[in-house]
Design a protein around this ligand. Structure first.
Ligand code: NAD
Length: 460
């Protein structure tokens, strides 16, 4: 596999300046939006086939979010791409200073399989809005969606502007031998690390949207019933295969009984007595992940659910209790419909359980107490967080979405996505009518005068 040729063609297209005008970018975003409408049926069918997403779920969590990202970008493009004035230090005066967002050039985008349309197309929206060319590689583990996304891209964009490459690890590795100007990767921490190592060879900047275990803390003063409902929603969406799904729950022993009862009640309310029959409940992506997840079912007491069927890749929404913190299900990212619930006595013990864990992509806290909220947010770092909810902080374009440390670096969504694909170039334009001589050699100032002057000259 040799991708040198078309990367070169994309770079030539970028260097022609074609992607710079805002009108061009807007037109391409609108073309993508129209293509999403035209390709809606094959995309929805592919998502149903790959992950058993109902058309409603697929639209709400995939296509609808991409359309929202497009609308937001089209509306905000002028503001995001405008030069931002900055003050100039006296040393350089008279002059004007500003920051100009510049497209990087040719961007490489990798997508995961869990939201296989949204998580490749939403970053593409940001890449186009910022004026880049893009090579897009959807996940091979959602093969029908990968095919449908590639078909949409082929039909909508000239190859020298945006193109799709399908395939697995070998294709990804071959792509990474080329020099790109930006890499945007969404996937696992393990692969993210090797993507960053490959990017280092060309000193290509990266955004890494990775995974990990998202802890959820339910305090004694939480609104227990509501907490359970919101946790069940965030956890079992897409059968738990969501990077920001609550991975495990720590619940204060004082409320653990009503909390677990409320979890069970809400699971039944959402998915019925047999989730297999629910149109709103997904399937595990493949046999390997099914086997991995089924292995966790013995890591605690099955309090609810536990039913599973390899032929259908079905695992019922499951609550595990009596789980040892050193069990595998508490060490690895679950990424499936199994929710371990561990008890703690008082906030101090909960914080002790969380300290030293790898920094999570999201942290969820259920409490009515602002002092508890401040303390937990201050003591437990994470990429993002919700108080009294799950997942919602990543919906909408206003909040940057990203991880920290092992859960990622950089951010996406809305303006943050635009910035992920832009270089902030600092520019100073000096006036011609005055040229203060003091900076030029031979230097006549004494050191004492210089010291006094620098305080003034470097301020603005
Ligand atoms: P993955 O890392 O296995 O694959 C992601 C992408 O990388 C795929 O396109 C894959 O083909 C490609 N890839 C595979 N091997 C590669 C290699 N050697 N070099 C370069 N690329 C390679 O991840 P996945 O299993 O598709 O997704 C699940 C993970 O993604 C979970 O950890 C989840 O938490 C995380 N995730 C994170 C976010 C986020 O926004 N932070 C969103 C969704 C999923």
């Amino acid at each position: 596999m040799n991708f040198a040729n078309f990367v070169q063609r994309q770079r030539a297209f970028f260097q022609s300046g074609a992607t710079r005008p805002l009108d061009f970018r807007r037109a391409q975003l609108q073309a993508l939006s129209a293509a999403l409408v035209r390709h809606e049926s094959p995309l929805l069918a592919a998502l149903q086939s790959d992950l058993n997403k109902s058309p409603l779920q697929a639209y709400a969590s995939e296509l609808g979010l991409v359309q929202a990202e497009i609308r937001h970008a089209v509306r905000q493009l002028r503001r995001w791409s405008a030069a931002a004035r900055r003050p100039t230090a006296w040393f350089s005066a008279p002059a004007r200073s500003w920051i100009q967002p510049e497209p990087y050039g040719v961007a490489l985008l990798f997508g995961p399989w869990n939201y296989p349309a949204q998580l490749i197309l939403a970053p593409l929206v940001s890449a186009i809005a910022a004026g880049n060319c893009a090579v897009v590689k959807p996940s091979e583990l959602a093969p029908r969606t990968s095919e449908a996304v590639a078909a949409l891209i082929r039909e909508t964009f000239p190859e020298e502007f945006v193109c799709a490459v399908e395939g697995g690890a070998e294709v990804a590795e071959a792509l990474l031998t080329e020099r790109f100007d930006k890499i945007f990767f969404t996937g696992s921490t393990r692969v993210g690390r090797s993507v960053m190592a490959a990017a280092a060879r060309h000193l290509t900047p990266v955004t890494l949207e990775l995974g990990g275990k998202c802890p959820t803390l339910v305090c004694a003063d939480a609104a227990v019933e509501l907490a359970a409902r919101r946790i069940v929603w965030g956890k079992f969406l897409n059968a738990g295969q969501t990077c920001v799904a609550p991975d495990f729950v720590l619940v204060d022993r004082a409320v653990s009984e009503p909390f677990i009862a409320a979890l069970k009640k809400n699971i039944r309310r959402f998915y019925g007595d047999d989730a297999r029959c629910s149109p709103d409940y997904g399937r595990i992506v493949n046999a390997r992940h099914f086997t991995r997840l089924a292995g966790y079912l013995t890591d605690g007491r099955v309090e609810h659910g536990g039913a599973h069927d390899a032929a259908e890749r079905f695992i019922a929404p499951t609550v595990l209790t009596k789980v040892d913190p050193s069990a595998r299900v508490m060490q690895e990212e679950i990424f499936g419909p199994i929710l371990p619930v561990l008890e703690f006595d008082g906030l101090e013990e909960a914080l002790e359980l969380l300290r030293g864990r790898p920094t999570a992509l999201a942290l969820y806290l259920f409490t009515r107490n602002h002092a508890t909220e401040r303390r937990v947010l201050a003591e437990v770092p994470s990429g993002g967080a919700c108080v009294n909810d799950t997942v919602s902080h990543m919906i909408g374009g206003a909040l940057p979405f990203g991880g920290l440390g092992p859960s990622g670096m950089g951010a996406s969504h809305g303006r943050a996505g635009f910035e992920a694909f832009s270089h902030s170039r600092s520019v100073l334009r000096r006036a011609l009518w005055l040229d203060t001589p003091f900076r030029y050699p031979p230097q006549k100032l004494s050191l004492a005068v210089l010291k006094r002057a620098m305080g003034f000259l470097l301020s603005d």
